[in-house]
Design a protein around this ligand. Structure first.
Ligand SMILES: [Zn+2]
Length: 123
């Protein structure tokens, strides 16, 4: 059995959990909604913009149900805000569903495949 090169103490074993990992997307310019217009604060296009979708897919890659719940809550608030701004005819629910929810499941699959090193998402 070899001895360590010096006698400095090793890192204490405290049993404490390691610090919570930072979000993989922390430090990236935020692509968050500017209410009540629901446009991206950075891109100034309808939120969630392409960057927001990519960032959310990375953040929620292991929690697609959590992403769906988050997006559904955002959709509900967007509907209220947009209906207040333009009550007649009001926002198109099908368009909001496509904008807020429809992309999430396929994007999570693509993101998961990319993070796993696969070229294509699984069937
Ligand atoms: Zn954006």
């Amino acid at each position: 059995m070899t001895q360590p090169a010096d006698d400095r103490p090793t890192e204490p074993v405290t049993g404490a959990a390691t610090p919570a990992p930072r979000s993989p997307t922390s430090g990236i310019e935020p692509h968050t909604p500017r209410r009540p217009l629901w446009i991206c604060r950075t891109c100034a296009v309808d939120w969630p913009c392409l960057a927001a979708r990519s960032l959310l897919a990375v953040d929620y890659v292991t929690d697609p149900a959590g992403l769906a719940v988050y997006l559904a809550a955002q959709l509900q608030q967007a509907y209220v805000d947009l209906a207040a701004l333009n009550p007649d005819p009001g926002p198109d629910p099908a368009a909001l569903q496509a904008r807020f929810l429809a992309w999430a499941r396929p994007r999570i699959a693509v993101t998961r495949a990319r993070l796993d090193g696969q070229a294509e998402p699984p069937e």
